[in-house]
Each structure stands twice: as C-alpha cells, then as structure tokens.
Design a binder for this molecule. Structure first.
Ligand SMILES: *Cc1c(COP(=O)(O)O)cnc(C)c1O
Length: 367
C-alpha cells in the first residue's frame, strides 16, 4: 500500500495537490461513512447522509466567503468552462447591452469567446500585446455604453498574473472566474455579481464548480433556457436538480473544513500563501537574471509562479532534475513555456522550501 512517505511535492496546476488530512479522512471513510455502513460513492444523493454532506459543504462555503442574504451559493457541473457559456446565457441573453471582458490571459480569452456566441461582447482591455504579463491600470479599462456585466479572471493560471484588488464599476455586475485562487484569501462577496470556481485547483477535485450569485441577477435568466443551464434551477433545487457529483461535493466539504478548522480561516491561509510566494519570488529576484519571472512584479500571482531560464535546454533539465528530487509537475504551460510552480493552499511550506533550495542549487551548478 502507498504511504505518506511515497508522496512527492506536487506543483501541478490542476488537478492539484490536496491537503493531506483531507486525503487521509477520505481514505478513512471510503469503506464506510461513520454510522452509514457504505461509502459516499455508493449511497443515494437523496439520502440523509448525503443531505448532511451537502448542507455542511454549502454552509462552510458560506461562512468562509462571508455570504449573506444577497447571494446564493450553488454547486454546478461542467467545470469552469461551462460557466463561460452559462454566464452569458443567463446574464447577457435578452439584455440590451454588451458583455464586457477584461482579458488578462488564456482563461479570460476563452470566456470572451463563449460570450460572443451568445450576444454582443466588448473587450474592456486585453493584455495579449505583452504576452499577458500584467494587469491593466484603471485608466486603461474602457467599458462599453451599456454593460450587461464585466467579467474578470482573478488569477490567470497559465500566465501567473493575479489581481490584488478587482476593478469595480457602479451598477455594472462584476463576474469573476476565481477558479485558481478560490479560497486562497478573504473576499468581499458584496463586490460580486457572481464569483465562480471549479474545485480542482484549490478547493478539491474535478467535477464540481462553485458559483456565488447575487440574487437580483437571477431574474435575468430567461424562461426558454434549458433548465440544466439556468442558475435558477440550481437555486430552487438546492444544487440537486439531478445527481450531483457526490464524491467531489464530499471532498470540497472536507477541504472547507480543513481551511476552517485546521488552518483557521481565509486570513490564515492568505498569510501562508503570501509567505510561500514571497520565498519563490525572492529566489527569482535574487538570481541576477538566471530566473526571469513571466509576470511583472505588481501583477504576480501568489498561486502560479511562472518563470523562464536562460535556455529551453536548461528548462528541460530543470524540470527533469526537479522531478528526480521529488518536485513534480514544474513544466510550464506550452503557450508560455518555461517553468510553472503552482503553490496552492495545500502545498506545504516545506514543499516551497525544497523548491527554493533546488532552484538555488540549480543556478549554482548551471549559472
Ligand atoms: C482551470 C481553469 C479553468 C477551466 O476549468 P475546467 O474545470 O477545466 O473547465 C477556467 N478558468 C481558470 C482560471 C482555470 O484555472
């Protein structure tokens, strides 16, 4: 049987590392949930046992995010990618205005493309010119005349650029793809028309997507929408219009519990994440140009650290040697190249320390 000692430090961008206590609890409960005599994989999604799992997951999400009366939390399927379509289907179709997108990287661009299939879209800013290495400053963002909403990507997973404070405009609902920095820091949910995130980066496993939707926006969804693509269906049916991805919901619940009880909440996880990121960027910045960060310093992501080495040969050697030392999945996305170290919530500080040591050693022997 595999043991904890067999585990590597996994820098995968997603699906990604999970907190060890979460894996252990899931392992422990896999043959039988306490008092149930069967696994969560084997019981009805209408059973009392699953009622409890779903309720706990939703209430822990609400308390972590500070969700009040104005917003609904729903669990969806189809990944963040289906939200690229559901957002304009629900909030643009039938609206007289335009869907506005700030495109800060690959994911924002994908969202824009889907909105354009549904209705009028407008690019409020696009960082393609600089290879998506920075965020816009306020003066660079230009909204259309009658915005149906403004869509942003809080953290661009592939390029490694992340907003510290999202832009807000009065009377324009802000819709945020937070897939890769969900639950990584406190958020002020009152700023959002909608915030959504797939679980498999920072909050669990693939199969479930969380959406926090402001109630007043729900009335925009039109009657003729297929019911499984209408947010109202998920609100009315308590995220259970059909069989939900029960295991993914269960793991999401365990991750929320881990953040609340073991870590002590989002303030604490944010502090940990900031420390981890500053260590890696510290090595980059003191490397005299051997490591070159992709994103400009003010736009740096604390979740996905992207950087280049002096040559592609060195980058390949870096990835290979790191893997041999138990530091896995450091290869950057093909569109950016180089190295990407994803240091999500569940990456322990020891993993980051091991990476920093490896980087320094690699520079010494190849610099
Ligand atoms: C991974 C990711 C997506 C795509 O998620 P899927 O669940 O695979 O559809 C979208 N946006 C961001 C920011 C991501 O990191």
């Amino acid at each position: 049987m595999a043991r904890v000692a067999d585990r590597v430090f996994n820098f995968s961008a997603g699906p990604a590392v999970l907190p060890l206590p979460v894996l252990e609890k899931a392992q422990d409960e896999l043959l039988s949930l306490p008092g149930v005599g069967a696994s969560v994989l084997e019981i009805s999604h209408r059973s009392k046992a699953f009622d409890k799992i779903l309720e706990n997951t939703l209430s822990n999400l609400k308390s972590l995010l500070g969700v009040g009366e104005d917003h609904e939390v729903v669990l969806l399927q189809g990944g963040a990618s289906l939200q690229f379509s559901m957002v304009p289907m629900n909030f643009l179709a039938g609206h007289s205005g335009e869907a506005n997108y700030i495109v800060t990287g690959t994911w924002g661009k994908s969202g824009l493309k889907e909105a354009s299939r549904i209705g009028n879209s407008h690019v409020a800013w696009d960082g393609a010119e600089n290879g998506y290495d920075r965020l816009p400053v306020a003066e660079e963002i230009t909204l259309s005349k009658n915005p149906a909403y403004l869509h942003v990507t809080s953290n661009e997973t592939i390029q490694g650029v992340q907003w510290q404070a999202l832009p807000t405009f009065q009377n324009v609902p802000l819709i945020c793809d937070a897939s890769s920095d969900f639950l990584s820091r406190p958020v002020d949910i009152s700023n959002y028309g909608m915030l959504y995130a797939c679980a498999q980066k920072n909050a669990g496993i693939a199969g479930v997507t969380v959406a926090v939707v402001r109630r007043d926006l729900l009335s925009r969804s039109q009657e003729e929408l297929p019911s499984m693509l209408n947010y109202q269906t998920f609100v009315e049916k308590g995220s259970r219009p059909n069989t939900p991805p029960v295991f993914a919901v269960y793991i999401l619940g365990l991750v929320c519990e881990w953040i609340l009880k073991d870590v002590g909440g989002l303030e604490h996880i944010a502090a940990r994440n900031a420390t981890k990121a500053s260590k890696v960027y510290g090595v980059i910045d003191s490397s005299e140009g051997f490591f070159r960060g992709h994103s400009s310093p003010a736009s740096r992501s604390i979740m996905n650290v992207t950087f280049r080495l002096p040559s592609e040969e060195l980058e390949a050697a870096f990835v290979k040697n790191a893997a041999a030392e138990g530091l896995s999945d450091l290869k950057g996305h093909r569109s950016v190249g180089g190295i990407r170290a994803s240091i999500y919530n569940a990456m322990p500080e020891e993993g980051v320390d091991a990476l920093c040591q490896f980087m320094s050693d690699f520079k010494s022997s190849h610099g």
